[in-house]
Design a protein around this ligand. Structure first.
Ligand code: SF4
Length: 346
């Protein structure tokens, strides 16, 4: 069962410097102050009431948790210890940088009930990491995975296609290398240009060009397919919309969309529709059958997939029907000449 996350955003706390693309305060919409003991307890108590049977997980996001002063780490995790012991919360998750983890910090996290660490991997291409001012390399990520997994801690990875110097090929190569390390989950954030960052200056003077939205959607669709086929859940694609992020003048350029994941999943369904209709004569009318939860993805935003089917195959969708127990990644297409079926992840 998916946990109910109680998130605390400690924006930029512990970060050794500002990476060129990053403004956590704008991205998360939070100032980043450390929560007081009472604030932690109150948020957990509220979650315990509304969890509806789900396990509760406390998460510290948006900074470099393992580089904040150890006394502060001890205080934040210390408040949670009685709640872990009483099983009010089931687990703790933190995010940090690959070069801020070693064997000793991994043991400290394990001893304080941290079960998942999300690493800001961003890329496994050292040239891209250098151009993005990350200050670590791919070998640091491999070391961090190794020491954390040795302590039995699950490791999630964040990847950012479209960073300076990145290409579709290097993004896919980064993903493959991360998948070989056995991540427990992935987040994929296509790079956008946020006002006030160094990337905004690079973009203004023409030294950085972000991915076009269609290219980013198509790349993220390939990444989602690879990760899913490897059995690794992708828990987020695209930045979470916040009031700050959506304010005019905040995102200057790049493939921003408030429902980016839906575009990506729609792209995969469109590929499946085009594949399954390959042999259907142009001018045919077809009936689609899918799971009830998949209709909007199959149809695409603003019926984009149905329009592409009409343009690229000359095939018209006359009905979309749903079957409650239909496998969630399957699609059936009936036409006058027969029925074809296929799956998003065969
Ligand atoms: S990307 Fe991570 S390490 Fe870099 S400034 Fe942002 S929160 Fe800190």
């Amino acid at each position: 069962m998916k946990p109910l996350i109680v998130p605390f955003f400690i924006s930029h706390q512990g970060c050794p410097h500002r990476c060129v693309f990053c403004d956590q305060r704008t991205i998360s919409g939070r100032g980043g102050e450390f929560p007081a003991d009472e604030e932690l307890r109150a948020a957990v108590a509220a979650a315990a009431v509304s969890r509806g049977g789900r396990p509760v997980e406390v998460a510290f996001y948006g900074g470099t948790f393992t580089s904040i002063p150890r006394t502060e780490q001890q205080r934040l995790l210390g408040v949670l210890q009685p709640l872990l012991a009483a099983q009010v919360i089931a687990s703790v998750r933190i995010s940090t940088r690959p070069d801020a983890v070693d064997g000793e910090s991994a043991r400290f996290l394990r001893d304080h009930g941290v079960t998942t660490v999300e690493l800001g991997v961003q890329s496994m291409d050292d040239r891209v990491l250098a151009a993005s001012g990350r200050g670590h390399n791919a070998a640091d990520t491999e070391r961090a995975f190794s020491v954390l997994r040795e302590e039995g801690i699950a490791v999630g990875a964040q990847l950012m296609p479209g960073l300076p110097g990145d290409t579709a090929e290097s993004s896919l190569a980064s993903l493959r290398r991360v998948l070989s390390l056995g991540p427990s989950c992935l987040r994929i954030y296509p790079t956008v240009v946020v006002e006030g960052t160094e990337l905004a200056e690079l973009w203004r003077c023409g030294r950085y060009t972000p991915l076009e939205r269609d290219a980013a959607v198509s790349l993220c669709a390939r990444m989602l397919r690879l990760a899913t086929e490897a059995g690794v859940p992708v828990i987020r694609i695209g930045l979470q919309p916040t009031e700050e992020l959506e304010a005019p003048g905040t995102i200057l350029a790049g493939p921003w969309h408030s429902a980016f994941r839906q575009l990506v999943e729609g792209e995969l369904w469109c590929e499946l529709l085009l594949r399954l209709t390959d042999g259907i004569p142009p001018g045919s009318g077809v009936r689609l059958i899918c799971a009830p939860t998949r209709v909007s993805d199959v149809v695409g935003q603003r019926r984009r997939n149905l329009e592409r089917l009409a343009t690229e195959r000359g095939v018209r969708v006359v009905r979309v029907d749903t079957v409650p127990a239909f496998p969630p990644f399957d699609l059936e297409i009936s036409h006058s000449g027969g029925t074809v079926t296929g799956s998003l992840f065969p």
